[in-house]
Design a protein around this ligand. Sequence first.
Ligand SMILES: Nc1ncnc2c1ncn2[C@@H]1O[C@H](COP(=O)(O)OP(=O)(O)OP(=O)(O)O)[C@@H](O)[C@H]1O
Length: 244
Amino acid sequence: MIETLRLTKRHRAVTAVEDLSFSAPDGQVTGFVGPNGSGKTSTMRMVVGLDRPTSGSATVDGRPLRDHRSPQRVVGVVLDVRNTPGGMTTRAHLRWLAAAGRIPDRRADDLLEEVGLASAASRRIGALSLGMRQRLGIAAALLGDPGTLVLDEPVNGLDLDGVRWVRHLVRRLAAEGRCVLVSSHIMAELQQTVDRVVVIGAGRLLGQFDIGDLSEGTSLEDAYLTLAAGAAQYRAGTTGGSSR
Ligand SMILES: Nc1ncnc2c1ncn2[C@@H]1O[C@H](COP(=O)(O)OP(=O)(O)OP(=O)(O)O)[C@@H](O)[C@H]1O
């Protein structure tokens, strides 16, 4: 289970996350949504221990991730897969991560198969498409068989087959009792995938609700747009362009 309590992150003059309290329970897929620059990635980075909060806390299973003995077995993370170093082959990369967590090579090889990259086992990561990198990132996240998954825009770059595959995967992971926190801008896709949604804007909580509580005929997109109205900091201008 992920919990944040009054979580705040400031980068000098920029407040990325402010006073944010929410939870993502075990056994459910929680969607994490908000306009560009609203603080989703910053929050996820603090949850997985990559950044320290300025104040407040982010815990997984009751403790900050740095206080867990084997973090790889507690949380699996997919953040920006474009930053994955490109020099290694996919198999070598996964085996290297596995070794760091004292996980057998066999698990790395099985996961390459599971994410559909077995035929790309000898390809260098630098030569992979974005969608293939996403698949590799997901394999890496699953290496330690963690009870919690944090996935930042995991369907970005995936083809239709890949999007459906991620949908079924996250549903299965939650059905196995895991906590899954997933960010995305694609509301129609999230509506098919998640049990509940946390909406943030300008670093603050705008609302959290169960998908089942949406009134009949209301889409997640409708609910999101109502909550996020006014919270978008970055929006295409309505002047200066030609309509032709
Ligand atoms: N290291 C940093 N230094 C300064 N500002 C930062 C840093 N990291 C994030 N920010 C700022 O914090 C705010 C939140 O950024 P963040 O990447 O968390 O948003 P996001 O919701 O993930 O956005 P998107 O949907 O576009 O991916 C933005 O204004 C961003 O510019």
